[in-house]
Design a protein around this ligand. Structure first.
Ligand SMILES: [Zn+2]
Length: 454
């Protein structure tokens, strides 16, 4: 692995940059930080103990501490008996008892997956190998709470309250992206037929057979319906299109549709007229193959500003450089397929760490928090429809509290009314809950623009 030690100053600068994105009105953090005894406004101990100069994936286990009614894991916390923070009223300075800089850098940089050799059959870092799974905090954006500790220290120092980021012209307390990976348009006949049988509707069964015999569009040929479904919530959708319809040799299928079909320009124009964003769904294997990804991106006009990899493909040691080299402003791949939550323990878009160059990459990662398949799949979770909202609510409350972004992936095939498990009804319930909680909807491109504008 081409990675050298990460100096303390580089870790601090990376964390401070993201803190400024989370609290846009805060004074520059880096200049206010110092080691214990330095007399700095905010003293933070360095408990990294050489960890960022070697190639081990996991630090010592975290200690759990209470912070404003939350029970949170703190990595790099060898002295758990010291208070989390001590506010000095005379000097207006603050001494932290935990090394939140090292802990935030460790999680935000994705250190574990870069240095771990664990990969699943699709070459992805498995949830089972993560500290989030091991210590049970996948659905808590722990780094945002580390930032809240720093925010509290700065508020004590300056006497000024600091608010989390707000979103859009209405200054909404949190943002949500409703996104759709378009893998299949020609399927759904069998699903619809089984549904008609379950409902004891022989007439529908016959109508389906007639539609198929006449060569009519398949049930999953539903892009306009998907657009209308998101529009019901006042949301613009982000559609990730798969431009490769050839199966991967020895691997899974790509698109079941051919993007060269002459109907596509009119289809995309109709989606864009309704405010949708058209982005790229990098086909299987392109997460490790820069020329293939660039060739797919070049087929979309106007050029897509972002993308998400099919099968959530991601090789931490190669993919970030490929996304950057292709010139994307954002990627929207990084979530765990096996569990909803926060793969980098962070609920805002962030600039992935470039291990080879010891600095941030130039593109934003918009983390994926929930994929439809995760909720109900033989290899993932198997939640009943009624269990979905109660399971998601605590995660959404964290995002709302921290001023973050919730990104949902709902495939077009799961807008099929025949799907009663993770289908259109569950999509609408989640979108309605987001609205009720005060979230504002944006495309991924809009989210990236808002973060890049300050
Ligand atoms: Zn896909």
């Amino acid at each position: 692995m081409a990675a050298g030690p990460v100096p303390a100053a580089a870790r601090r600068a990376y964390v401070a940059r993201h803190f400024a994105l989370a609290y846009p009105t805060a004074p520059p953090l880096a200049g206010l930080l110092g080691l214990p005894g330095s007399g700095a406004a905010v003293e933070v101990p360095d408990y990294s103990d050489g960890f960022f100069g070697q190639a081990r994936p996991y630090p010592p286990p975290p200690h759990w501490r209470s912070w404003q009614q939350q029970h949170l894991p703190f990595f790099f916390d060898p002295q758990p008996e010291t208070p989390l923070l001590v506010l000095n009223a005379d000097t207006k300075t603050v001494a932290l008892g935990v090394d939140v800089i090292s802990a935030a850098f460790y999680l935000l940089s994705g250190w574990q997956e870069y240095f771990s050799d664990a990969r699943d059959p699709h070459g992805r870092f498995p949830y089972a190998a993560s500290v989030q799974q091991q210590f049970g905090f996948a659905t808590v954006p722990v780094v945002n709470y580390y930032f809240e500790v720093l925010k509290t220290a700065l508020e004590h120092h300056s006497g000024q309250p600091l608010a989390p980021r707000r979103w859009g012209p209405a200054a909404a307390p949190f943002a949500a992206c409703l996104t759709h990976d378009i893998d299949n348009l020609h399927g759904g006949w069998g699903t619809a037929a089984r549904h008609a049988l379950r409902q004891r509707q022989p007439g529908r069964l016959l109508a389906l057979a007639a539609r198929k015999a006449l060569g009519r569009p398949a049930p999953w040929h539903n892009l306009a319906a998907v657009q209308a479904a998101t529009a019901r919530h006042g949301a613009p959708g982000t559609f990730f299109l798969l431009l490769n319809h050839r199966p991967t040799p020895g691997g899974p299928a790509n698109a079941d549709y051919d993007f060269a079909h002459p109907a596509w320009p009119a289809r995309l124009a109709a989606l864009r007229r309704h405010g949708a964003e058209i982005a790229l769904h990098g086909s299987y294997g392109t997460a490790r193959h820069a020329p293939a990804l660039a060739a797919e991106a070049a087929r979309l006009h106007p050029a897509p500003t972002g993308q998400r990899f099919h099968y959530l493909g991601w090789e931490p040691r190669a993919t970030p450089a490929i996304v950057e080299a292709t010139g994307f402003a954002y990627d929207a791949t990084l979530g765990f397929a096996e569990h909803f939550g926060f793969r980098h323990s962070y609920c805002l878009p962030f600039f992935p760490w470039n291990f080879a160059q010891a600095q941030a990459h130039s593109f934003l990662e918009i983390p994926l928090n929930l994929m439809d398949a995760t909720l109900h799949h033989p290899r993932y979770l198997q939640l009943a429809a009624a269990e979905i909202l109660p399971a998601l609510t605590p995660m959404l409350a964290h995002i709302a509290h921290c001023g973050g972004v919730f990104t949902l992936l709902w495939h077009n095939e799961n807008f099929d009314p025949a799907n009663e498990v993770n289908g259109p009804r569950q999509f609408h319930e989640i979108a309605a809950l987001l609205q009720k909680m005060g979230g504002a909807f944006f495309t991924c491109d809009d989210i990236a623009r808002q973060l890049n504008s300050h």
